[in-house]
Design a protein around this ligand. Sequence first.
Ligand SMILES: *Cc1c(COP(=O)(O)O)cnc(C)c1O
Length: 412
Amino acid sequence: MHHFEYRDGVLFAEDVSVTALAEEYGTPLYIYSAATFRRHFKAFDSAFKGLDHLTCYSVKANSNLSILKLLAAEGAGMDIVSGGELFRALKAGVSPEKIVYSGVGKRDSEIRDALKAGILMFNVESVAELERINSVAGELGMKANVSFRINPDVDPQTHPYISTGMKENKFGLDIENSLKAYQRAAEMDHVEPVGMDCHIGSQLTSIEPFLEALDKLLHFNSQLKKMGIIIQYLDLGGGLGIAYDAEEPPHPSEFGQALSEKLQGLPLKVIFEPGRVIAGNAGILVTKVVYTKSNPTKNFLIVDAGMNDLIRPSLYGSYHRIGEVELSGRQHKPFDVVGPICESGDFLARDRELPAVDQGERLVVYSAGAYGFTMASNYNTRPRACELLVDGDTVHVARKRETYEDLVANEL
Ligand SMILES: *Cc1c(COP(=O)(O)O)cnc(C)c1O
């Protein structure tokens, strides 16, 4: 139950008609369900209730302030990957001691801001970064808590662009170099190695790769102990997948149980960084058919949402379920659902069986709550969409639709 359901043939977001919202706010339109966000967060977080843990929502999945506030109110910490995300998390009222900072390219100014804010720890991805953190912390007369992101070299069996824990990926440190990095950190005056971290990829639909990575990290931890380095935090990253189509990812409770069995009794606080599993199915994208057209080989639905609004199909070949906002009962035909952008890669779906909808009618693109709006751009000088957060029968404008003036505001 995702709180996006038909009532008398009309799609509702919780207790509000999507048709009514599209009429009032226009399309393309992102609609998020507050109840779904809360439910997903609770389902994930409570899966680890027997363990000392902290669930740090991955801000990049959906970074709207209203979403961050909602999750912070549920007790979420945050996983950030930039100074901009730090700014958002703090602005949303997240306690800094619940913020972890990941990412391969942290700049001095970003490190400084995070230190001043008092975040829980940096997930460090290279020795060069460790040196920078030590030096920036030194300038501030501080000591930075660090974890190293260890690349356990496991195959998460997901799309190569969202696979991050294999030897050839740019992320983290391989196991051999990690030992040297901890040794180096232990010698430094302004860093304190407090944890271990990994994040092996996104949209994982099986538990095995997580367990494999965990085994490698626990083994690594015993090597650290022998070196006299005692850590307190074990950050296992995010990556749990969702059903976009026919995938059958493990339920968070199964995931929690499998991991908890291995983690029970260890003197470590476990950190998770889920993004997609919280946000993905908590949002939809509503779009209107601008034109229909056919040629001898294809039927096209040209819609008003393009790759600038939702790039996942273009970037990863991702599948997003598409349906009518108002059920018509018409016969199905194969369509390419394409946007208005001047790129052949601008599509939301290809060869998709859909009811033969007409110009002016609306479609819903499901599972658009994660990596949807956050990856949106202004390509083709298109204002980014409006974002609404529906809570029961209450509608909150989480982000106004951009105007043309907004688009040129910084151009001098
Ligand atoms: C993107 C990312 C996440 C979240 O991944 P999901 O697949 O959305 O759960 C967590 N941690 C790090 C370091 C990331 O880069």
